[in-house]
Write a protein that binds this ligand. Structure first.
Ligand code: ZN
Length: 242
C-alpha cells in the first residue's frame, strides 16, 4: 500500500505529464483515493499551473469534499471524484480533463469506437453524460456514476471526459490512449470511412497484453520525458482549453 507521501508525489507527476501533453491546463483535475484512511487527494482547481504542481500542493478531502488539512478547498467539480471513489473499488484514481480531441466526441453526435489496438481497452464503450452542466453537487456526481457504470471512461456533453483506473499509472495510460484514439479517428475520417476495431478484435488483443505492465512502462517513459521537460507550453497548453 503506497503511503500518502508517495501518492502525493505520483499525483503531482501524473498531472505534470498531462500538462506536458497539453491534456490539462486552466481546467481539469486528477485525484487518488486511499480506502484505508478514506482520504482523497486532489489537484488544486482552476487557475493553478498544473505543469508545476508539487506533492505539497495536493488538497486532501474526505468523501464529502470537505478539506481536511489544506488551506484551500478542492476544485468545484470534486463530486466527480468522490462519487467514483466511494462506489467503485477499481476507481482509486480519477482524472477529469478537457482534452482537445476526446472532448470533440462529447460534442459531436458520434459514438466513440476504438480504432487502434491500444484503443481496445475501451471496447466496452465510453458512455455520454447527457447534461451540459458542471458536476458540482453529489446528486450530479451520482448521476455521472450511474452513466459510467463499470466502464473505464465517460464523455461529459459539451464539456470534457472522465477516466478511472486502479491507480494513477492506469489513469495516465488510459487517458493518453483515449485522447490518441479520438485524434486518430478524426484524422482518419479526413481520408474516408473509418475502420473501427470489432469487439472480437478488442477481446483478442486484450487477452494478449497485460494492461498493468503497459501502464507502468508508459508511466516510466513519460516520467523520464517530464524530468527534462523545459516547462514551455505543450500542445494546447497555451490555449484557453484545455
Ligand atoms: Zn470540467
Amino acid at each position: 500500500m503506497p503511503t500518502e507521501n508517495e501518492l502525493r508525489e505520483q499525483l503531482a507527476a501524473c498531472t505534470r505529464i498531462f500538462a506536458m501533453q497539453g491534456m490539462i491546463g486552466l481546467f481539469g483535475h486528477v485525484s487518488v483515493y486511499q480506502p484505508e484512511t478514506k482520504r482523497v487527494l486532489i489537484t488544486p482547481g482552476m487557475g493553478s499551473d498544473k505543469g508545476g504542481l508539487r506533492p505539497e500542493d495536493m488538497v486532501p478531502t474526505d468523501l464529502d469534499g470537505k478539506p481536511l488539512d489544506g488551506k484551500t478547498g478542492p476544485p468545484v467539480e470534486w463530486p466527480i471524484h468522490t462519487a467514483l471513489h466511494r462506489a467503485r473499488a477499481d476507481a482509486l484514481a480519477v482524472a477529469h480533463l478537457h482534452t482537445p480531441h476526446a472532448t470533440l466526441f462529447a460534442i459531436a453526435k458520434r459514438e466513440f469506437c476504438p480504432v487502434t489496438l491500444q484503443g481496445a481497452i475501451f471496447s466496452d464503450g465510453v458512455p455520454l453524460y447527457p447534461e451540459a452542466q458542471l458536476i458540482t453537487n453529489p446528486q450530479r456526481g451520482e448521476a455521472l456514476r450511474k452513466v459510467i457504470g463499470d466502464k473505464r471512461a465517460a464523455l461529459l456533453r459539451g464539456h470534457g471526459i472522465v477516466v478511472v483506473g486502479q491507480n494513477l499509472q492506469e489513469v495516465l495510460y488510459a487517458a493518453l490512449v483515449l485522447e490518441d484514439d479520438t485524434k486518430k479517428t478524426l484524422q482518419a475520417a479526413t481520408l474516408g470511412e473509418v475502420g473501427t476495431m470489432t469487439a472480437e478484435e478488442c477481446r483478442a488483443f486484450g487477452a494478449e497484453i497485460a494492461l498493468e505492465r503497459r501502464a507502468q512502462r508508459a508511466w516510466n517513459y513519460f516520467r523520464s520525458l517530464e524530468a527534462r521537460w523545459d516547462r514551455q507550453p505543450g500542445t494546447g497548453r497555451s490555449e484557453l482549453f484545455p
